[in-house]
Design a protein around this ligand. Structure first.
Ligand code: IVH
Length: 687
């Protein structure tokens, strides 16, 4: 056999590298993988093998060279060729705060009201760490933290491990290019990392800890002296500017605007946030601040504000700097979502299903736009893990409409001698035993409707807008009615007379009449609302709807066998068991009977499965877009034929129905050998 020609081998190595670079970019930056993982791994191993046989050809920009072997003692200091400045922060967190920036810019540029609006670029302010990436002749040679702006730390070997950061740039880039941006951690990556850390701690591994927030986790990863560990910390990157770049006179690019610069960075393979926008004049900045504020909690990463930059680079130059801050940019923040406060007490609240929730009572603190005095500790394990004690200083977080929670204790500030929290073994409201079932996180009061806390919650649940809706029946009123023993069970609600109501504290005749009217009105309801209102564990609105559609009548649901319940899509063994248990209890059936006797009524339909049942007992998964049937229509057809639609593919799936742009579910079906149908195939099955 002839030996391979070395030139061919070298060409082959280069071709493999180019392919892997392209796949990396598609996967990490564009979020649109171009090959299956197995194919990527095969190419990667092929390159590794060739490089192992020819070490003289290994270059630092090879995709195999992301993780360095050695562990550093300390980071070297790097002088930034162009200082890494900070930006001024607009103090007013209202959206109108943007007006002040525009006014300053216009004044500095000596523009009057008659002049045209200034063009800006509006960007997100990522909550991570500033980073400078230096490329020479298209190869990543050094990355440094901001440090004091003039000198940073050389963290190259850690930053190289970030898949989103190109090691090599396409031909035609300037000989010297410093890209500046933010290294951050996505929220889902952060949660997964903390989950892994918890497992490590539970396994007794020394020196491991969980992280308080994505920013801290990212900072810890960047400053890891062992790049092997840094590589296991999932970091991401967004580019938002440049440092030193070969000037146009020496063969560098001539950019006119910041926006064009960002588009070019994107074309060269850097991740640039999709939310970068051109904004003409101050009103557009105000609108951007508002819009991103509303979108903030739905983003996959944390931001602490937005940044506005004058778009024209010529104007940027004219505006220049004051001290170390550019006049052409400003950070416009949102109200902080985390604050420090102290724990005054730890209470235990009893929920509708008897669940006991430890709640920290806090010294009032303004966070996430509201004043917070309570924060959930979720359950015993969480409370223990966080080890929150009375008197502690804690970090409280409130993001969007999510209930406020204690993120962690600030251990250095613990002074008191408060003891660790333990969950009570009896219900704090009714003194019944509280038990924690095997495999469950929660303690539950066993008092059932004997427990006044559960009774109150059950009534509020039934009366809420999404259930039978009794307008005006709020928690204060229910509290009084239950505490005064006026109502004990749901049917008692409908026995409430004007006189009983009018006798209550702060209840005007008019309000009493309104409640009576609202109760009367609530009697005409629908089966899904009634079913949901009963408060059966695990039966939420969607499940109640599915049950009503499938069975048609309440009696059919009450008497359904476990198998019959399992035939409903979205009903699994736990839900089916819960429904069976609920209706097996005579007092629950009694409540239903009495409610009906009080006049609560709803239209009942025919059970959905009147026709033949060719798909009885079969589970199907829908994925992708079907040519004619909508997803709901396909689901209805399958269910009408006795089949069940599930959201995920497993060995138990009978068929996967795949349409256009089917993704991972289709791949999984193929991998597991589950038969795959198209729309025509499904219709054939239904015949
Ligand atoms: S521009 C000269 N743009 O905010 C302007 N900074 O003090 C340089 N940051 O820690 C900064 N998102 O890392 C810019 N879209 C963005 C940013 C951003 C986050 C950080 C930056 C620095 C601080 C600015």
């Amino acid at each position: 056999m002839a030996l391979p020609n070395p030139t061919d081998l070298f060409t082959q190595i280069q071709a493999l590298r180019a392919q892997l670079h392209a796949h990396n970019h598609a996967y990490y930056v564009l979020d649109a993988p171009t090959v299956a993982d197995a194919e990527y791994d095969r190419l990667f191993r092929e390159l590794q093998a060739l490089e192992a046989a020819h070490p003289q050809w290994v270059t630092p920009d090879s995709p195999t060279q992301r993780v360095a072997g050695q562990v550093l003692d300390a980071f070297a200091s790097v002088r930034h060729a162009v200082p890494m400045l900070s930006i001024r922060t607009e103090t007013d967190t209202e959206s109108s705060g943007a007006l002040a920036f525009d006014a300053r810019v216009r004044k500095e540029l000596e523009l009057t009201e008659r002049d045209v609006p200034v063009d800006y670029v509006a960007e997100l302010k990522f909550d991570g760490l500033a980073m400078s990436l230096r490329y020479e002749h298209g190869v990543l040679v050094q990355t440094a933290t901001r440090g004091d702006g003039e000198y940073g730390e050389d963290v190259t070997q850690n930053i190289r491990t970030i898949g989103q950061i190109p090691l090599k740039l396409p031909p035609g880039v300037p000989p010297v290019l410093e890209v500046r941006g933010e290294v951050y951690m996505r929220r889902d990556d952060f949660e997964a990392l903390n989950e892994r850390q918890r497992l490590r701690i539970a396994a007794g591994e020394k020196g491991e800890k969980t992280f308080v927030n994505p920013r801290n986790a990212a900072a810890g990863a960047v400053r890891q002296l062992d790049s092997g560990i840094a590589a296991q910390r999932p970091l991401s990157f967004f580019a938002y500017g440049v440092g030193e770049v070969t000037p146009p006179g020496e063969g560098g690019p001539a950019f006119g605007t910041h926006y064009a610069l960002l588009q070019t960075l994107k074309a060269w393979g850097f991740p640039v946030a999709a939310q970068v926008e051109l904004a003409c004049g101050a009103p557009a900045l105000v609108a951007y601040h508002q819009r991103m504020g509303a979108a903030r909690d739905a983003l996959p990463f944390d931001i602490d504000g937005v940044v506005y930059k004058v778009n024209s680079l010529a104007l940027q130059q004219r505006l220049g700097f004051v001290t170390r801050e550019p006049r052409w940019a400003v950070a416009h923040k949102y109200p902080a979502q985390e604050q420090l406060t102290t724990v005054l007490a730890i209470d235990v609240q009893v929920g509708r299903t008897g669940k006991l929730t430890p709640v920290a009572k806090l010294a009032p603190v303004f966070v996430g736009g509201v004043t917070v005095t309570n924060a959930t500790l979720h359950n015993e394990d969480e409370a223990r893990r966080k080890d929150v004690r009375v008197g502690d200083t804690v970090i409280v977080r409130r993001a969007g409409d999510v209930i406020p929670e204690v993120v962690s204790v600030v251990p250095e500030k613990r002074t008191g001698d408060a003891t660790a929290f333990t969950m009570p073994r009896i219900c704090p409201v009714c003194q019944s035993a509280a038990v924690r079932e095997e495999g469950e996180a929660d303690y539950r009061c066993t008092g059932g409707l004997f427990c006044s806390a559960q009774r109150k919650q059950a009534i509020l649940h039934f009366a809420q807008r999404r259930a039978v809706e009794v307008e005006g029946l709020g928690d204060k009123l229910v509290e009084q009615l239950v505490d005064a023993h006026i109502i004990r069970t749901l049917p008692d609600l409908y026995r409430l007379g004007l006189s009983a109501l009018a006798g209550l504290d702060r209840m005007a005749d008019k309000s009493a009449q309104n409640i009576v009217d609202a109760l009367e009105q609530s009697k005409q309801t629908t089966l899904p609302r009634f079913l949901f209102g009963l408060g059966i564990r695990h039966v939420g609105e969607a499940t109640a709807k599915a049950l009503a559609r499938h069975f048609g009548t309440l009696d059919a649901i009450m008497d359904a066998s476990e198998d019959a319940l399992l035939a409903v899509s979205d009903v699994g063994p736990i839900v089916a068991q819960s429904i069976r248990t609920f209706f097996a209890q005579p007092h629950n059936r009694e409540v239903v009977e009495q409610l009906r006797a009080c006049g609560v009524t709803w239209p009942e339909g025919a059970p959905a499965q009147a026709g033949p049942q060719p798909l009885a007992g079969q589970t199907l998964v829908l994925t992708g877009t079907l040519p004619t049937l909508g997803r709901d229509a396909a689901k209805d057809l399958i269910e009408a034929a006795g089949g069940k639609v599930s959201g995920s593919v497993s060995k138990k799936t009978h068929y996967v129905v795949a349409g256009a742009e089917a993704g991972s579910k289709l791949e999984k079906a193929v991998a597991l050998g589950v038969p795959v149908l198209d729309e025509a195939g499904l219709l054939e099955l239904l015949k």
